[in-house]
Ligand binder design. Structure first.
Ligand SMILES: [Zn+2]
Length: 90
């Protein structure tokens, strides 16, 4: 069955293209990386699979530093992890 065309985005960790709504958008707010839970936050954003595996990979490869010129702090990492775990997607 052919589906309606959905906007695709690339996860900055695994570089896989996925439908936008299956990824979480990470934005820089107040000099910190945050999950854009509304999908409407202003500013530069990067997309990430909502999995701890991709979050860890993004941290290891410093993907956010490259994509958003904002390194991921321990605090931002923990906050993003909480959001991902809350969503319960693995
Ligand atoms: Zn990914």
């Amino acid at each position: 069955m052919k589906k309606k065309k959905t906007p695709m985005r690339m996860c900055i960790a695994c570089r896989e293209g996925k439908p936008k709504k299956e990824l979480v958008r990470i934005v820089v707010q107040d000099g910190e990386l945050r999950v854009d839970e509304t999908g409407k936050a202003q500013g530069r954003g990067a997309y990430l699979c909502p999995t701890v595996a991709c979050l860890d990979k993004a941290r290891k490869t410093k993907a956010f530093g490259r994509a958003l010129e904002q390194p991921m702090s321990e605090e931002a990492y923990n906050a993003m992890k909480r959001v991902i775990l809350r969503r319960g997607i693995e």
